[in-house]
Ligand binder design. Structure first.
Ligand code: NI
Length: 140
């Protein structure tokens, strides 16, 4: 009987230069230990693989900065959000200055649909910056 939450210790052989690189990242990124960094690297790859497979529901956060004065842009962004086959869970809007609005859009759905929505919003005239953060459920 094995418990999936059990932590198992195993040893890994690495070239010295690669281990040094790992340790620089442990320090540079403020990790408590090599193990914690390696766990996070593995989880990152799992999220990437889930998005690449594309066969299960995931979540994404689209961050955009757009021109407040671009006519009808806000309306276009809203219409795209309503029309898609993905679920827009929440949006947050911040007025950065007189010209720039920052918005985060939390989206749930299949990876391809989230990518499509993000590209469509990112491609609108007046959207100056668009970046999608990809997330998924991770066991342990
Ligand atoms: Ni604004």
């Amino acid at each position: 009987m094995t418990n999936p939450d059990e932590t198992i210790r195993f040893s890994v052989s690495l070239p010295k230069a690669l281990l040094d690189e790992l340790d620089r990242r442990v320090v540079g990124k403020g990790y408590a230990s090599r193990s914690e960094l390696v766990r996070d690297l593995i989880r990152e790859r799992i999220v990437e693989a889930t998005w690449d497979r594309g066969d299960e529901e995931v979540a994404g956060v689209l961050t955009i900065v757009y021109d407040h004065h671009q006519r009808e842009l806000t309306q276009q962004i809203l219409e795209i959000q309503h029309r898609q086959f993905v679920q827009v869970v929440a949006t947050t809007h911040v007025h950065m200055d007189h010209h720039n609005c920052l918005e985060t859009i939390i989206i749930r759905g299949m990876p391809a649909e989230i990518e499509r929505l993000s590209q469509e919003i990112g491609g609108l005239r007046g959207v100056r910056f668009a970046e999608l953060t990809r997330a998924s459920r991770i066991q342990n």
